[in-house]
Design a protein around this ligand. Sequence first.
Ligand SMILES: [Zn+2]
Length: 454
Amino acid sequence: MYTCGPTVYNPVTLGNWRAFLFDDVLHRTLKFFGYDVTQVMNITDVGHLVGDADEGEDKVEREAAKRGMNALDLARSLEAEFLQGMERLNIEKPEVMPRATEHIAEQIALVQELEKKGFAYRTSDGMYFDTAKFSAYGALSGQKLEDKEAGARVAANLEKRNPTDFALWKLSEPLRARPELVEGSPKKKRQMEWDSPWGVGFPGWHIECSAMSVKYLGQPFDIHTGGVDHIAVHHENEIAQSEAASGKPLANFWLHNEFLLVDGRRMGKSEGNAFTLDDLAAKGFDPLDYRYFTLGTHYRTKLNFTWEGLEGARSALKKLRAIARGLVGAPLAGALGTGQEQGQPLQQFAAAIEDDLNTPQALAAMWEMLKSDASAEEKSASLLEMDAVFGLRLSEVIGKPSEVPAEVVALGEERQIARQNKDWKRSDELREAIKQNGWLIEDQSDGGFELNML
Ligand SMILES: [Zn+2]
């Protein structure tokens, strides 16, 4: 399976993470049903321009200039941050994560093939794909070329034959010499540019996915995923390039996840609501709270993010962990096997998840199983199997009742005295000390307190 990965120019938002969590659930589901999975996720470190129509500056170079950094240094540091984020969300690392800058030769070879077959043409600022020559253009989004053209805004580049044509390779020199050719073009020398049969330049954004997917998966491969925002342009263009070059379909199945909204609005930097995992952490949320939150909505439905909704997910996950801890006497993973002899709840779970990844229904099957009168051993075995798909790290808590260490209880008692003396400063300090020990203290209405593991 091929997944369009991040463009490493700014921290990944919760909206992007929704897409990568969906990919991870798909990856895990395929493995749950016994498939061997090879997932390729690209790292876009060059070529993704600010404008949708191959215009403007390179996102990575622009951000690097703003920060006074080298473009590749910025890309590598944001890639490392992305990998950490995957770890925090318990997203399994794809088998292959190729970088666009390390596959320039493959991209050039593909453009050469398209040129040989008559699908590419030259303009003064680079090589373009002629969408009118590819009769199936628009099939993925169900749009005819005329409709797409009518919808496309007036092209800034007057040398394009059709408004839907897109860049395969852009030349650095003409852009510097005559920036008026393309609106918003950089006037400075680029940091990332390579020699090519057409001149020094850099690849277009779409060509990297076509070049790297065929390199690691062959063609056609089984599944291509991405956000719905990729359908109309990026994925249409990937299909056009790959199929025109090889005469074979690109992928057998396309799965697209819907958007994440914030308080019912689009998420965006300008809206001030482009939250990241660090924003969640600052408010005391565990990244897995967000993972649980996304599981509650089908991937093809828009998901509305609210802090209240995330609180709800946190309480549910907390309850789930508490139940899991109580399942004492748990067997090791795989006790029930993954065959068809599974119990009823596990079958319901499997039926939900194989029905186009119906995670809300799969979660419901899990809760029903936990409420059933099955033994602790059966429950913990089923829960482990289910969590192979949910990815909530339940194996770390199943059957491990938490005993509050004596020193934490002592801190709690000391805090109670501070509260009775209305010494709120000391009370807060002690709450923090308890937190440092991995526990959360909650005051009860009767004046007592409860200690829960973080
Ligand atoms: Zn892509």
